[in-house]
Structure formats: C-alpha cells, structure tokens
Design a protein around this ligand. Structure first.
Ligand code: WT7
Length: 654
C-alpha cells in the first residue's frame, strides 16, 4: 500500500439493475449513454457546444465555446446572450402554458397550484415591481424566505431582469444574514412576515430587522411577503409589502438578455475556516447543466410529479427546484415545513396525495425517517413513485437498502448523485434506466464530466482499493466562476493544490474495478491510523450496518502509538445505553466493526448520543466532534447548528 493513498476497506458487493420496463421507457437508454460518452471523449468542447445550442434559446448565439485564457477562471459561450427566466418559463407557454408548474403545500396544510402561464405572470409582475424599486441588471438581491412559491418567483424575477440573487436559508440567524448582505453588497432584501416550521413560526422579519441594524448600509428596500399574517414591524420608507409592490404591475415583462457569463446568483457556503464563500454561478453554463441533468438523471417525462425536498436556501433547491425542472417543463412539488410535522409520515403522505413520481432527498432525512420504523411509510400508498434520488452526503449501504425496499418497494432505481454547491449540478450519478447501482456508490461521472482520483502528487490512483483526492480534470459549463470578491480564495481553495491542473473537490474517493466511484468523506476528515489513511465514511457505514445503530460519526484523536485513533459517536435505535449496558455495547460494536472492516478500523472509543450535531442542511459537523473528542475548546460558530443543545451530551456532561 502506497503511503500517499487513502485505503478503502468497505467491500459492498450487492448490485441492482433497473427493471427492463423502466429502461424501455427511459429518456437515456444504455446505447444512448455509450454514444454520449464517445461524443464527449472525442470532442469535449464540441459535446458541450452541441448541448448548449440545442438546449438553450439564445437571444444572440455564441461563437466561442470555452475561453481558457484566464484559467482557472474559465468562461463558457462567452459571446452568447440569453435570459434564464425566459428559458424556464416563456419557452413552455405555447405548448404547455396550462400545465402545472408548481404544486405547493404549506405546513399547516394549505395547497396552491400554479400553471406555467400563472407562474410566468407572477414572475413578470414581481420583476416589474423590482424594476419599480430601482433594481437593475447586476444589482444583488438577498432572498430570505420560507419555502413558498414566492421564493421561486423572486429568484426567477431577478433572473428576468438580470439582477443577481443570493438566497440565504430561512433557518439562518440574523448574524449569518448580515454577513452575507455585507459581503454581497446587496441593495434589496426580500423576506416574509414568517414561515411555518415544526408547528412554530420562523421569525424571518425579526431576524432581518436585527441584521439590518448592524452595518447593512447598502440595503435600500425590504420587500415583505405576508405568509403567516402575524404582526410585524414595518420600517417606514424602507419596508414595503409584497402585495403592495406588485399591485398594479403588468403581468408581462420583457426578459432582459444578458451575457452568458453574467452572474445568475451567489450562494454562500461555509468553508472549513473563515468567513462564508460567495460561490458565483454563471447564466448559460449553469442553466444548461441544470436543465440537462434534470432530464437525464431524473428522467423527467411529461406526466411526472417531481419532488426535490431541498430548501431553496441550498444549491439543490436552486438547481432542482427553482431552475432545472422548470427549464425541463416539469411539474414540481414544494413543501414549506418540517419532514416530521405533525408526524414522521408527512413526506409519505405528501407523496401519496400529490402522486409524486420522482422523489429526491438527503441521506440525513432518509436515516431520520428510517429511525422512526417501517410502519409509517407502509401505511401510505407510495405506488406512484418510480424513481428515488439521494444527495448531500454519502448514503450508507444500510440506509440505501431501506430506501430501496421500504420506499421503492424494490421497484425504483435509486440515483445517488454526487455534486457540490460549486459544481452547479450533478456530476457523478447513475442514470436510472442504465446503471446497475451498488449501494453507497455514486457510480460514474456523467458524459462531459472528466472525474479522476489522484494521490498527493497528482498522479491517477489506479489500484481499485486505493483512495485519493477526487478531482475534475476538465472545465465544465456549470462550474463556479469565482468566489465573490475574492478570486485568490477561489484559486487557493479549488486549484492551487495541484498547480491549477484540475479542480479539487475536497472529497476523498476511490474507484472500484468497474470504474465506479465511492465517496469516502471530506479530505479533512481522513483518519491516519498507524500510517493507514482511512475515510470516515467507511467506518460509519459499518457502524450503521449494525442492527441497533441509526447514525454514526467518526473522527480522529491523537494517539501515542498509532498517530491517530478512531473515535465514534453513535446514535442508537431506542434508548441511549448507560452504565454496564453501555460498556457491553461498546465492545459489541468494536468487534462488529472489526469483523466488517478489519481490526485497523476498530474505534478506540465510542460515545452514545441521542443525536449528532448537524448543519441546517443536515450534514454532520465532524470538525466539531473532532474538537470535542480531543477535549479542545470549540472555536467555531455553533449558532447555525440544527440542535445546539446536543453539545453537552456529546462532551459526556449529560
Ligand atoms: C459535499 C457538497 C450537492 C448538493 C448538496 C450539498 C457531499 C454531496 C454526495 C453524495 C457522497 C456527497 C460531498 C460534497 N456530497 N453529495 N451523493 N455522496 N457525498 O452541497 O453543501 O456544497 O456539499 O457534499 O462531501 O463535497 P454542498
């Protein structure tokens, strides 16, 4: 074993072929995929140019495909002009103006549907309102809203007039909001009087007001949507109700053509250190990838009802709620509230009642719902579902199998899609009518995406068990363009490690003998036990495969002899074990991991907890757990934690 590599010890052998009937009706069939791969391999730029010509309505066609003169600041379709909103809305009006674009369900149970024609009219009215408030192309607009249709309307309205939106997740605090407003230099904030989550009202306006007392001088106007009808303070001369802003505005609005590289949006993502990074995306390249992957990966057909459960505050809610499926002319579901309100059957109830056909969610949600048992999903009719998807974290084989059996009834392909805020859209994924999936693997890169795994020196790792850095070798249209206001950080974070030769995703991965990729976790989370570098994900998967374990997080601790040792946090099904029980179970789990993966991967210590610290997007905060395991002071901001109260228990104090 090469010192420079990360070792893979998880051996998952199961494989699942799509049903012949699925393949027969699928948009992409095995032969199509082979042809696409060949085309892309033969001519990378030509492949993307062809897709861009066919998939986008251009106001001015492009002649340059890729400009690499400022690499690694790549630019695509540089002399073309288009409007993203026109490509999501107007293009459908002749053929399917009456087709439902959005089915919305509020947490209290209220429902609303908007056809493409109605959605277009709403977007136009609001775009006119933005213009009336002095917003023009290039201005930054912050959107801090609940998961309601107006959030998508606001995003699309910005796109229609060339304004650059930056959505801030509604669960973020006033401080997080302020930092993003200041960094973006935003001129306007769009918010609501509140949103509904978990039976409570999320006080968006209050948080916005707090943020705005604190150095957000660039904000001139605040538009406030009435959602909960509770009383909120309105600031004379600054705040205006949404309904007043659109009142009397015409329901048509000429889409403003922008350059292909015009920024469509900024989306802030927290880095491992320092302030959040404003990931900047383009218009044409982003739209192209969003539309194409919506069609290919989710196989969207005319009668599909597509539900991506992500909030628009995350990139998944941008690409697979607000843009991709609309560009593909699909019907989408939007749900405002918590997955467990009023009980853990809410998702399944919505699937049943709205006849969802394609369902896309995160492993953290899958594990949380799995933990509640099979009775809830089994008590709903999920027969409309034909395709399932997963994104955001590696999905443990255990959760994958549950998703496959209990939700998909062993009938639905699962697409485990790997991508990032920075990549703009799905990069590595099965194609549902083609790929024989393996639980836990995101399988292969899409055609036109050149992924590889390299060692410390940047050389391809070709042994099937060895892991390394996941990199993308060639630029792709939806890639981030820069970090807003900090191009040095863009280069440092994603390119410098290997002298700007390829995009460094920051994940570790390995490739099996079939050429399938397995994500092993973030590079920063790798544990080095006696010179063996192990990804945290594999040990976690082994733990979760134990019948009583629901969730696990693995981190490293310094060790006198081994260099580092493995420390595991484990959430149990049922009550948290204490006393002797705890000791016995700890031993059982250590032996279990030893059997599954080998002695090298046995955790040195295990702590049982009722829950794990997670970001609002559901990612386990391993850095925080590492600090706790090492008895270090916690220096990072914990205010964006989903469940801050869990920290004491994790420290072993309760
Ligand atoms: C990171 C990106 C992509 C939208 C939501 C997250 C992890 C994402 C997978 C997957 C294993 C995954 C990676 C990646 N990740 N999808 N299918 N399998 N890991 O976007 O917040 O930018 O996070 O999420 O570590 O780098 P994000």
């Amino acid at each position: 074993m090469n010192e420079k590599n990360i070792e893979s010890i998880l051996k998952e052998q199961r494989s699942f072929l799509p049903a012949a009937s699925f393949t027969k009706a699928a948009r992409i069939k095995p032969d199509d995929l082979e042809t696409l791969y060949k085309e892309a391999e033969a001519d990378h730029k030509g492949f993307w140019a062809e897709r861009a010509r066919r998939g986008i309505q251009w106001d001015k066609p492009f002649s340059t495909v890729l400009d690499d003169s400022n690499a690694p600041n790549y630019a695509w379709f540089t002399d073309g002009e288009l409007n993203v909103s026109k490509n999501c809305l107007d293009v459908h009006l002749d053929a399917r103006g009456d087709k439902t674009a959005i089915i919305f369900e509020g947490e209290p149970g209220d429902r609303r549907t908007l056809s493409y024609a109605e959605l277009t009219a709403e977007v136009c009215k609001f775009a006119n309102a933005l213009t009336a408030q002095g917003i023009t192309a290039g201005d930054r607009v912050i959107i801090y809203m609940p998961m309601v249709p107006e959030a998508v309307i606001a995003m699309q309205a910005c796109a229609r007039i060339g304004a650059v939106h930056s959505v801030v997740f509604g669960g973020f605090s006033a401080n997080a909001l302020r930092d993003r407003i200041v960094d973006a230099g935003a001129k306007m904030l769009i918010t609501a009087d509140g949103g509904n989550r978990g039976g409570q009202i999320v006080e968006l306006k209050q948080a916005a007001d707090t943020a705005l007392t604190n150095g957000c001088d660039t904000i001139e106007t605040v538009i406030v949507l009435r959602r909960t009808a509770q009383d909120v303070a309105m600031h004379e001369g600054r705040d205006i109700w949404w309904h007043d802003a659109v009142d009397g505005q015409p329901d048509t609005c000429e889409p403003v053509p922008v350059n292909a590289e015009h920024p469509l949006f900024l989306l802030y993502t927290s880095g491992s250190t320092g302030k959040p990074k404003g990931v900047q995306h383009s218009s044409a390249g982003y739209l192209l990838h969003a539309r194409l992957t919506s069609k290919w990966v989710f196989d969207l057909q005319d009668d599909d009802i597509f539900w991506c459960t992500a909030d628009v505050g995350w990139v998944t809610g941008h690409t697979y709620v607000a843009y991709g499926p609309l560009a593909a002319g699909a019907t989408i579901v939007m749900y405002e509230g918590a997955p467990v309100f009023p009980d853990g059957g809410r998702f399944w109830k919505i699937c049943q009642e709205l006849k969802v056909t394609v369902f896309y969610t995160a492993p953290t949600a899958i594990r949380a719902l799995m933990k509640l048992g099979d009775e809830l999903p089994l008590s709903y009719d999920l027969s409309s579902i034909r395709l399932l998807g997963s994104v955001g974290e590696p999905i443990n084989p255990e959760a994958w199998i549950w998703y496959h059996e209990v939700i998909g009834k062993e009938r639905c392909p699962i697409v485990d899609t790997w991508w990032q805020t920075e990549t703009g859209g799905i990069m590595l994924t099965p194609l549902p009518g083609v790929t024989a999936t393996k639980p836990g693997s995101c399988t292969r890169p899409l055609p036109g995406i050149v992924a590889d795994i390299v060692d410390e020196e940047g050389n391809t790792v070709d042994s099937p068990d060895a892991g390394g850095y996941l990199v993308i070798r060639k630029p792709w249209p939806a890639m981030l363009r820069t970090i807003w206001g900090d191009n040095d950080r863009y280069i440092e974070t994603y390119w410098e490690k290997f002298q700007n030769r390829f995009y460094v995703a920051g994940d570790s991965a390995h490739c099996d003998a079939d050429g399938f990729f397995w994500i092993m976790g973030r590079i920063d989370d790798v544990v080095n036990v006696s010179g063996h570098r192990l990804g945290t994900m594999e040990v976690e998967s082994a733990l979760v495969a134990h019948k009583r374990v629901v969730e696990a997080a693995v981190v490293s601790r310094p060790h006198e002899i081994k260099g580092e040792s493995i420390f595991a946090y484990v959430v149990f099904r049922g009550d948290r074990p204490v006393g002797d029980d705890e000791e016995a179970l700890e031993k059982e789990l250590r032996d279990w991991v030893g059997e599954q993966l080998g002695a090298i991967a046995k955790p040195d210590g295990i702590r049982f907890a009722d829950n794990l610290p997670k970001t609002r997007s559901g990612k386990i905060m391993r850095r925080l757990l590492r600090a706790i395991a090492r008895g270090e002071e916690i220096t990072q901001d914990t205010s964006t934690l989903e469940n801050e109260a869990i920290l004491d228990q994790l420290r072993g104090k309760s």
